[in-house]
Design a protein around this ligand. Structure first.
Ligand code: KIV
Length: 271
């Protein structure tokens, strides 16, 4: 594995260079200090403080309930743990849609209060004005197209997007609009691999895929899914590298057993 630890801090410029020379970008979500410290030490290029925190940290069914204050709390914790990775934070539902001044104020709060390095927001042409306004303030923006979970009640399902010609054509127009607006990268979630390949070649900025096949310029997964903390969530695109649910449950049961049997603490584990 080649992780260039000489790089002091990943920047948008470095991410662009990675695309230009065909080096894949590795991104995972992170929501807290401990996990961010481990992932940063492992050499992740980008840590995303995703609004998936609403699901995996807070137990909500969707990403809609998480607030800007809660995102800032998660982002502050991740920033404290990340010394090399570029930290991007999701603008949560209701903090940017339809009002570019509100979008700018939300992005400024994230940057100022958390120390993160950029923000991500969902949508195409309809959010271009907000993206331009945020970038004008000097804040790097990552786009997000395809399955956009903040619109789940419009879609009605978490199934693959842009399978038909009309939606694929809109995605192509949208990604060009995001590039022209100045986004430094775009997440492509759950779209056909063929379309992801086409748009990754169409635009100059990096694409980061989740369920979008191997030809995106980088990949992202929700860390809790990737390490098997999320019980029973096994979508086709997910590669699960650990089964921490089982591991932690086993450890907790051993602890219960040791406490109940008075084996813990022993003589060496006391003062
Ligand atoms: O919130 C999140 O975790 C995300 C990723 C799925 C890209 O947006």
């Amino acid at each position: 594995m080649s992780v260039n630890k000489e790089i002091k801090r990943i920047t948008t410029h470095i991410l662009q260079e990675m695309k230009n020379r065909g080096e894949k970008i590795a991104m995972l979500t992170a929501y807290d200090f401990s996990m961010a410290t481990i992932l940063d030490d492992a050499g992740l290029d980008v840590l995303l403080v995703g609004d998936s925190a609403s699901n995996v940290m807070a137990g909500h069914e969707t990403t809609l309930p998480i607030t800007l204050d809660q995102m800032i709390y998660h982002a502050q914790s991740v920033v404290r743990g990340a010394s090399r990775a570029f930290v991007v934070v999701d603008l949560p539902f209701g903090s940017y849609q339809g009002n570019s001044l509100e979008a700018l104020n939300s992005a400024i709060r994230i940057m100022k209060e958390s120390g993160a390095h950029g923000v991500k927001l969902e949508g195409g042409a309809e959010v271009v004005e907000s993206i331009q306004r945020i970038i004008t303030a000097g804040i790097p923006v990552m786009g997000h197209l395809g399955l956009t979970p903040q619109s789940i009640y419009k879609f009605g399902t978490y199934t693959v997007r842009a399978k038909d010609e009309a939606e694929a054509a809109k995605l192509k127009t949208d990604i060009i609009a995001l590039q022209e607006a100045g986004c430094f990268a775009v997440v492509l979630e759950k779209i056909p691999a063929k379309l992801a390949k086409e748009v990754s070649q169409l635009i100059q900025i990096p694409t980061i895929g989740i369920g979008a096949g191997p030809d995106c310029d980088g990949q992202v997964l929700v860390v809790n899914d990737m390490i098997g903390l999320t019980k029973g969530f096994r979508p086709r695109f997910l590669r699960q590298y650990l089964d921490l649910y089982a591991g932690i449950k086993d450890a907790a049961q051993s602890y219960i057993q040791d406490v109940k049997s008075k084996d813990f603490p022993n003589e060496k584990e006391q003062y």
